[in-house]
Write a protein that binds this ligand. Structure first.
Ligand code: ING
Length: 303
């Protein structure tokens, strides 16, 4: 069997006042915990090097650039990369990416995957950006990802790494069935998803319980319907008065939750993921070649 010991490194709150060195020190502490528990891969949350700054309005679109990283690793994150390499642990890290591309400055909500030897395996830039681009006074807090980030241009890719086929998505992506299916059609066996999700918002009136139900429902369904493991990892807790949900989980290809966080702080969850458990579902109930009928699905990709 192709077993891989996976850690979900849930992060507690990061406030506006927290500097990068203190944040990186917490990431390194979780990495060391993962090492002690034999993890080969650790998944960190979305935007795990800063507070969830899209909750704040800045008059200029570059007004949050101080939360972005140009180089990855950069001077303040090199420590994390070095420690991971020393421990022989691969990791997935979410951060705000500032990059010069096609002759202009571009901003993405990004996730990178680094293997156990410390080599960059792949990069994903968030495609489903929720919320709005302009200030909306009726909201108790803003959700301005469309203001600070461009729609990602990497597509949903998979990579051969950690003994299997792995992919990445970020936060709101997990609510869209297409996210999982596009990777499912590439035979993905483990999807890593970091998220920062407000416990409540001023518009929906949903209860905290209902929002946690949606959080797990989407990842459990995505896992089962595409015969893949899903690792969903939160940045959680109260950031400058705004509470983000925890609920980090590791979901098996059966859709069952096999590990779940209990707190809204820095917390490592671990599961021994047997990638061969994907096989039965991929070759029977979700055997795409045998059962899937794309000639009837055209409307799904229509604009
Ligand atoms: N956050 C939230 C998420 O998709 C959200 C936004 C919350 C959308 C609740 C809908 C309902 O989990 C991010 N960062 O995408």
């Amino acid at each position: 069997t192709r077993r891989i010991k996976v850690g979900g490194a849930q992060m507690g709150p990061i406030t506006k006042a927290d500097g990068k060195p203190a944040i990186v020190a917490r990431l390194v502490a979780l990495l060391r915990q993962a090492g002690e528990r034999g993890c080969e891969l650790v998944v960190f949350p979305e935007l795990t090097l800063s507070t969830f700054f899209p909750r704040w309005y800045a008059p200029e679109r570059d007004g949050m650039d101080h939360y972005f990283d140009r180089a990855m690793p950069g001077p303040e994150t090199q420590l994390l990369f070095d420690e991971a390499k020393r421990l022989g642990i691969g990791f997935c890290l979410g951060y705000a990416e500032l990059v010069e591309e096609e002759g202009r400055l571009r901003r993405f909500n990004t996730s990178i995957l680094v293997d156990r030897a410390g080599a960059l395996v792949g990069k994903y830039r968030k495609i489903h950006l929720p919320g709005h681009a302009e200030y909306e006074p009726q909201r108790s807090h803003q959700h301005l990802e469309k203001r600070y980030f461009e729609v990602g241009n990497t597509g949903f890719q998979v990579w051969e790494a950690f003994g299997g086929t792995v992919g990445m998505a970020i936060c709101n992506d997990r609510r869209w069935v297409e996210t999982y299916r596009v990777m499912g059609l590439q035979n993905v066996e483990l999807i890593m998803i970091g998220y920062n999700t407000p416990v409540s918002d001023s518009l929906s009136g949903e209860t905290e319980t209902l929002r946690m139900f949606h959080n797990h429902l989407t990842m459990q369904a995505g896992a089962y319907q595409n015969s893949t493991w899903v690792v969903g990892v939160a940045k959680a807790g109260v950031e400058d008065g705004h509470r983000l949900m925890g609920g980090s989980v590791i979901v098996a290809p059966t859709g069952e939750i096999v590990a779940a966080a209990e707190t809204e702080g820095d917390e490592l969850i671990v599961a021994d993921c047997d990638l061969d458990r994907c096989e039965y579902y991929k070759s029977h109930i979700f055997n795409f070649a045998a059962h899937r009928r794309p000639e009837f699905y055209g409307r799904i990709t229509a604009q």
